[in-house]
Design a protein around this ligand. Sequence first.
Ligand code: 2M8
Length: 437
Amino acid sequence: MYSTDQLRNHFTAVLNDNWQDGFTIPCQGLYPFQWFWDSGFIALGWAHLDMDRAKQEILALLKGQWSNGFIPHIVFHNPSDSYYPGPEVYRADLSEHAPEIPTSGITQPPVTGFVLQDMFRISGNSQELLFFIDSIYDQVFANHQYFYENRDPNMEGLVYICHNWEAGTDNTPVWDLIWDTFSVPEYQLNRKDTKLIDASHRPSDAEYRYYIHLVELFKSWNYQDDLIAEQCPFLIQDPLFNSMLIASNRSLIWLGELLGRDQQVEQLRAWTELAVQGMNDKLYDPDLKGYVYYDLRGERKLPYLSSSSFAPLMAQIPSASQADEMIGHLCGGRFGGKDQENFLCASFDPLSEWFESSRYWRGPVWINLNWIIYKGLRNYQLNTEAEQIKKDTLDLLTKYGCFEYFEPSREMNEGLKAGYGGNNFSWSAALGLDLLN
Ligand code: 2M8
């Protein structure tokens, strides 16, 4: 149990310990490199402590950007043998667009746009920070352009992900339905995660073989986007991923207006308008009252609720009445439980037969999704729900510290074994810090 001051000190210590002279690792041992969306959330934590480090975090990420605007999900700044798969598995150099520095060849939710706007706010609208944003604006814009020009084959404003790791929600049960559509070779895995963390809290080897197989396919196509769009068996329109892109579009519009970037702003507005329409027409499920995934390859909706179903609130996508429908799932609903017996917000529908309360993205509470939902609820002035999710987030961090994910059931939390995965996890600390400020 920590007091608020102790908690703030603890968060600060976690970020300091994970700082690597220019960027921040998500967690010692388990994740020894820089990850795309982690770096955004982490930069927000640094913005409260040391703005120079926040800027360095973003610059370090952009060192890994490819010449076509793509930003990879891992930048391998340093060698390490505690993580699998490393750069020798990805072989990003097979792409004509890859940079000198080794990177992965898949991406992650594009959070950088809204992180920059938040950094500007935290800085008290400092001119110096605006100059910094101006100096990297084209790179972040190029990343959005990459998505809309290469990953929206039907021109419907919705971009696809082609690998489960691109979702960030690595093993959500929804992917099981996709794995059922094809089979993969018996790859020899060299997993390190299950030597560091209880294997029952991580994805299975069978799932990892699918993850590796997709990477092998991309390599055989030299990471060419047109071949991926034509042939990849995993091609998903993800409500979380698209919401992060739209939220970042909106921030780039806001910042672009300050910076007098009229043409880019006009383009961002056009993408955003189409995207919001696509989200509401295609991914909102009125029966389930939430946003769901769409399988482009199988041409079918995947009608299941997860914490990603609420992410569109952050990008101001739902109408006020849709937002009202959606929050019925939170306090007193299937996620919170009738008597609020769960901490908000489980990563997968707690009433589903596939829900697993301690296994990674199949049920546990994650601090970054809670933060995204909290921001979304605030956008709609849904203050009761916003305060509940903020309280639950800080309660979990206070009770157990900066774990990677947490048990949703309050009753099981009595048993004290409620923080799972890596400890001293950076985005848990960074976003905890942001919630305290
Ligand atoms: C987890 O994903 C990585 C692959 O990217 C892994 O399991 O090896 C996910 O939770 C992802 O969202 C996160 O960015 C990453 C680093 O924290 O870990």
